[in-house]
Design a protein around this ligand. Structure first.
Ligand SMILES: *Cc1c(COP(=O)(O)O)cnc(C)c1O
Length: 310
């Protein structure tokens, strides 16, 4: 397996006439290039969790995800790379043949436990009785929450910024659980903008504040950046919802800039950034860093479903 690249991440400038007209500079931080299977923020979020699992003498990680989850894919691949067993608790029933996400995870050694959508609900999956039943079935494990977000994940994501070697005004990231954004907020005094991939993303404000608090308490670290906001308009109907306009945007972006985007997170964020540059003044005269958090493996499912090439 190729080694994980943490410290040599390119910053790639995007050239478009509409950007220069607004005197906006846009750079993409290619976190998607950390590793072909453990891409982007998912590695940052796992790094200190794996370290902590080993520190606790645990040789097994257990985590949660949907059938196309980037986090499931990354956890399985990282487990193989670091010699820890992985168990994926997957939402919904098993469907055979396995989709590519789960097939690759299985090839990387992950063992699956399928649970009902009801059991998978936030208020049911972390209960003591459910976790005890998992321990009975699989033995002891180190629990990584869904999406990988906890204080260790935030710490990992504070390192993303180390690869930015230019001055900038604003840094942008897509958000699912908000762990990545929390790490970025904790690592800079610059303005931070999060683009939730879910509908009604305002609730993430509370989650991000809590993650920042957990991180700050756990690592005795000061978080002094209050200059962050969520831009909630670019969810395209909700998590993993897409439309032809978004698909076309991603295809054209690849043709023009030779960077693949994913439909769930980075495509929506960049669509939003382009739209805001063109139709508002907030990015006039600004240098923007947009983090490419990876997730390309998830495109395969859409390609199969819609018969398209992304
Ligand atoms: C998981 C993921 C995110 C969201 O990260 P959070 O820390 O959960 O907010 C963003 N982009 C991609 C590509 C992802 O896979």
């Amino acid at each position: 397996m190729p080694k994980i690249n943490e410290n040599n991440i390119p910053l790639q400038q995007i050239e478009e006439d509409f950007l220069s007209q607004k005197n906006t500079k846009l750079f993409i931080l290619r976190e998607d290039l950390t590793h072909p299977e453990i891409s982007g923020n998912k590695w940052r979020k796992l790094k200190y969790n794996i370290q902590e699992a080993k520190h606790n003498n645990s040789d097994t990680l257990l985590t949660f995800g949907g059938a196309y989850s980037n986090h499931i894919a990354a956890t399985a691949a990282a487990g193989r790379e670091y010699g820890v067993k992985t168990i994926g608790v997957i939402r919904g029933e098993e469907t055979l043949p396995l989709n590519l996400t789960l097939q690759v995870a299985k090839n990387n050694g992950m063992v699956f436990k399928y649970v009902s959508r009801n059991q998978y609900r936030e208020e049911n999956k972390y209960t003591e009785s459910f976790l005890a039943s998992l321990k009975e079935e699989f033995g002891n494990f180190y629990l990584v929450p869904e999406g990988g977000s906890n204080a260790y994940a935030v710490k990992g994501c504070t390192e993303i910024i180390n690869n930015i070697n230019i001055d900038f005004d604003v840094i942008c990231s897509a958000c699912g659980t908000g762990g990545t954004l929390a790490g970025i907020i904790a690592s800079t005094q610059k303005q931070v903008l999060g683009f939730p991939a879910l509908k009604g993303g305002e609730f993430l404000k509370k989650d991000i504040s809590k993650l920042l608090n957990d991180y700050s308490n756990h690592f005795n670290a000061k978080v002094e950046n209050n200059n962050w906001e969520l831009i909630t308009a670019y969810h395209f109907g909700g998590y993993a919802k897409v439309n032809p306009e978004l698909i076309q945007f991603i295809q054209e972006f690849y043709q023009r800039h030779h960077i693949k985007l994913d439909l769930i997170y980075t495509g929506k964020m960049l669509y939003g950034i382009f739209d805001l540059v063109q139709n508002s003044k907030i990015f006039n005269d600004k240098t923007i860093i947009a983090i490419h958090t990876g997730g390309i493996q998830g495109n395969k499912g859409f390609e199969e479903r819609f018969g398209i090439v992304l």
